[in-house]
Write a protein that binds this ligand. Structure first.
Ligand code: C2E
Ligand code: MG
Ligand code: MG
Length: 694
């Protein structure tokens, strides 16, 4: 509540002073009295009054003189002064008004009239200071929030834009009119429908406050993300007649990647949009680099997310430093382990390809994560902005496609986009959608590749390798569709189908051929199957269905899975082991195996990755040593060692020498269909391999 108004009465005659003061106090005012101008000015310096009643006729300093001095400091809105004059002094009254008196009363004082005038002045002064205070508060809040303000009279269509509002868009104060077009004309056309809808919703009273973020074009051509908040003022019928609110620039917040501090996808899209505009107008070329870290998933899965995040942060820092000389228009993280770099003003593909080189040169040196050493390269796709591109997404898509090509060509490389790649990307999409129908259509088939005793070259089992007989594209290799199936989750369905089919087949061979009695069947299990599905139930169900002995089934898992979550992996493997099936580590040596844990897991064998076997024939001494070490380690852990990718006699000799017992590879047989596998079984003769060996 406001305190009662405070008045100062200045009069040299004591009787006048006291009578006036008493009557005013009875009417609810607080009143101070002084007998001359000097004292009055003194008091006014230190106290705040709601009004002054000033006698014009005083000895010494006259009322007019006091008024003049007082007005030098206090303006009429802040301190109303009511002159008290004799009726006859009309000249004095005019002079006082000129000097800044707000009103006057005449002597002898007609109290009710004086009271009304005083009250009116006090009310005006109070309203004025209220307005000032709120304006100051408003200005303060606005300044501290760094917001621009707008106030839209919906009836006249006039919009007030605050200087800050204009400044945020790089506009001169005078250069902006008062139409809504000044605002909406700067909004990106793609963002208009949603903004309009949101605004309309608020005006129609469907939302309590209006709040929406959208893009606006800055005067310098760049894109700014504005968050606008507002509130409608409504008439008695609830119709919006006015709307006012604030505008904040949230560009930095909206366009920053929280993890790395680089820009994010939003920023890239904005910058690409600008670059495409320039390309369309003036032909200024630009290129986009799509960067995907190779084998990042492996680091993430084996060392954990914290280490993974650490790697991303370090990689981001290296990337942005490496792009300095190229004056990249944007270096962003798109998400996961994907980054992108926009280069503007590049003449041809030479500069972006050189930038791609620089990316890999920067990423290649080792990273220390959690006391571990990790290496990381990237596959880079490069796309030049061309007349065929209609939206930023299309440029990103092309660079992404080129990145896939780089990955397929072997990691740590860069590829320039060309149109034939788009066709391949289309194929990938088709594969994704057709795959789901392919089981029902009977298009999948299992091929079998024998595993042999290296000493005798006799078969001891088969590995089941799935193939897709596509009605148009022919036989598709699992390397092409397994990663897609893994991504989409279809692998769960497909994996179960392969398991059932190959167990059924092996059981049939065992029953049919005495030489196959001791054979086992190895089935690949992908990490996703281990994570998502009820693998243990599925395996036990399939064994029951097909009648195959658990000991005749081997499951192959890769190191990647094992170390994703050690405890979970151990639990799953133990449960599988409890069913009686065998367990193999596939592609051993390609992941970040933690050897320490290996002995704690119930594995029976490890498959030495074919890249090691491959190098054996090149006479590479290091590879010889490496294979020897792996075999020795396997023996120590009581694991069977199986060499993958055996292609020639030289390799076999070396593997035998190193003490490796089993092998698998084209030298013995490529993966073949069931009919051809049967031929292989028959060619073994009556005895089983184990019998010969023992
Ligand atoms: P993998 O499990 O390591 O299978 C061995 C791969 O090496 C097979 O490729 C095989 O054809 C190939 N290979 C065998 N011997 C040689 C050789 O002497 N030289 C060379 N250069 N290569 C050889 P494939 O059949 O194309 O399978 C590729 C990968 O696809 C497999 O690698 C496996 O990881 C995956 N895969 C295949 N079938 C399935 C399946 O049913 N389920 C799952 N989850 N993955 C599967
Ligand atoms: Mg395998
Ligand atoms: Mg393998």
């Amino acid at each position: 509540m406001n305190p009662s108004p405070r008045l100062l009465v200045v009069d040299d005659e004591e009787a006048n002073r006291d009578m006036l003061a008493r009557r005013l106090e009875r009417s609810g005012f607080r009143v101070d009295t002084v007998e001359d101008g000097a004292r009055a000015l003194d008091l006014l310096r230190n106290c705040e009054y709601d009004a002054v009643l000033l006698d014009s006729m005083m000895p010494g300093m006259s009322g007019s003189e006091v008024l003049r001095l007082l007005r030098a400091v206090h303006d009429p809105e802040q301190l109303p002064v009511i002159m008290v004059t004799a009726v006859t002094e009309s000249r004095k009254i005019a002079e006082a008004i000129d000097l800044g008196a707000n009103d006057y009363v005449t002597k002898p004082i007609d109290f009710p009239v004086a009271l009304a005038r005083i009250r009116s002045q006090v009310a005006r002064k109070r309203a004025e200071s209220e307005r000032r205070a709120s304006e100051e508060r408003y200005a303060l809040a606005a300044r501290s929030a760094n917001d621009g303000l707008w106030d839209w009279d919906l009836l006249s269509g006039v919009v007030y834009y605050s200087p800050r509002w204009k400044e945020m868009l790089g506009l001169e104060n005078g250069a902006v009119g008062e139409t809504p077009e000044e605002w909406f004309g700067r909004v990106y056309s793609d963002d208009r429908p949603e903004l309009d809808q949101c605004l309309r919703g608020h005006l129609d009273n469907h939302s309590e406050v209006f709040e929406h973020a959208y893009r606006m074009r800055h005067q310098d051509g760049s894109c700014r993300w504005m968050l606008t908040r507002g509130l409608a003022v409504r008439d008695a019928e609830g119709r919006a007649i006015r709307m006012a609110g604030s505008q904040s620039d949230v560009t930095a917040k909206v366009t920053t990647d929280q993890l790395t501090g680089l820009g994010n996808r939003t920023l890239l899209v904005d910058r690409l949009d600008t670059a495409m505009g320039r390309f369309a107008r003036s032909g200024q070329p630009a290129a986009l680099l799509f960067v995907d870290l190779d084998r990042f998933k492996l680091v993430n899965d084996s060392l954990g997310h914290v280490a993974g995040d650490g790697l991303l942060r370090q990689a981001a820092m290296r990337l942005s430093e490496a792009m300095h000389p190229f004056q990249a228009s944007a270096v962003v993280r798109l998400g996961g382990d994907e980054f992108a770099i926009l280069l503007v003003g590049v003449e041809d593909e030479k500069t972006p390809m050189a930038a791609a080189e620089a990316v890999n040169a920067a990423l290649r040196p080792m990273y220390r994560l959690d006391g571990r050493t990790v290496y990381c390269t990237a596959s880079v796709g490069v796309a030049l902005i061309g007349p065929g591109h209609k939206s930023p997404d299309e440029v990103i898509r092309d660079a992404d496609t080129a990145m896939y090509a780089a990955k397929a060509a072997g990691k740590g490389r860069a590829c320039l986009f060309d149109a034939s790649m788009r066709d391949r990307a289309k194929i990938r999409l088709e594969i994704e959608s057709e795959m789901t129908q392919a089981i029902a259509k009977g298009e999948f088939t299992v091929f079998y590749q024998p595993r042999v005793y290296l000493r005798t070259a006799r078969i001891c089992g088969f590995e089941a390798l799935v193939r897709w007989r596509h009605p148009v594209r022919g036989l598709i290799s699992p390397d092409e569709f397994i990663p897609i199936a893994e991504e989409t989750g279809f692998i769960n369905e497909l994996g179960l189908w392969v398991l059932r089919e190959s167990c059924r087949q092996m059981k049939q061979w065992q029953d049919q051929y005495p030489e196959a009695r001791d054979f086992d069947i190895s089935v690949n299990v992908s990490p996703r199957q281990c994570r998502d599905g009820d693998l243990v139930d599925q395996v036990s169900q399939v064994l029951k269905e097909t009648g195959l002995a658990a000991s005749s089934l081997q499951l192959e898992v890769t190191e990647t899975l094992l170390l994703a979550d050690m405890a979970e992996a151990r639990e799953l493997l133990n449960a599988l082991k409890a069913l009686g099936v065998g367990l193999k580590i596939d592609d051993f040596g390609t992941g970040y195996s933690c050897l320490r844990y290996l002995h704690q897991l119930p594995f029976d064998s490890l498959k030495i990755d074919r890249s090691f076997t491959f190098n054996l024939c090149s006479g590479d001494r290091d590879s010889h040593e490496l294979v020897k070490t792996i075999v020795r380690m396997a023996q120590n852990l009581r694991l069977e060692a199986i060499a993958e990718g055996v292609e020639n006699v030289e390799q076999i000799e070396y593997l035998r020498e190193a003490g490796c017992e089993f092998g698998q590879g084209f030298y013995y047989s490529k993966p073949v269909n069931a009919g051809a596998a049967e031929e292989l079984i028959r060619s073994q003769g009556g005895e089983t391999a184990r019998e010969i060996c023992s």
